[in-house]
Write a protein of this length. Structure first.
Length: 119
């Protein structure tokens, strides 16, 4: 059974950096897309970015572009969300999720990790 474990959240001052991890077990990620999402209190979950595992093709939301980077470690079956120049509005619970390439829906999710950016 596939399992995604999120980690790396915390409290950081505005302008700081954090790296979130998404460790995947129970499945190889060939032909999968790993996505990152976030949800702030009282808001809808929003897409942050995603990476195709095999080709390492990334795409980002407008709010993440230029500040966030997604990388993967094949040996560890882990995807990272490196966040720079953090802003208070980046405060949210961050989740990773996976889906098959070409699929619309992400079918497995991590438990989420809290990121708080203080001003």
């Amino acid at each position: 059974q596939v399992q995604l474990i999120n980690s790396g959240g915390g409290v950081v001052q505005a302008g700081g950096s954090l790296r979130l991890s998404c460790a995947v077990s129970g499945s190889t990620l060939t032909n999968y897309v790993v996505g990152w999402f976030r949800q702030a209190p009282g808001t809808e979950r929003e897409f942050v970015g995603a990476v195709t595992w095999s080709e390492h093709i990334t795409r980002y939301s407008d709010s993440a572009k230029g500040r966030f980077t997604i990388n993967r470690d094949e040996a560890r079956n882990t995807v990272y969300l490196q966040m720079y120049s953090l802003k208070p509005e980046d405060t949210a619970v961050y989740y990773c999720a996976i889906k098959l390439r070409g699929s619309t829906n992400y079918h497995a999710w991590g438990q989420g990790t809290q990121v708080t950016v203080s001003s």
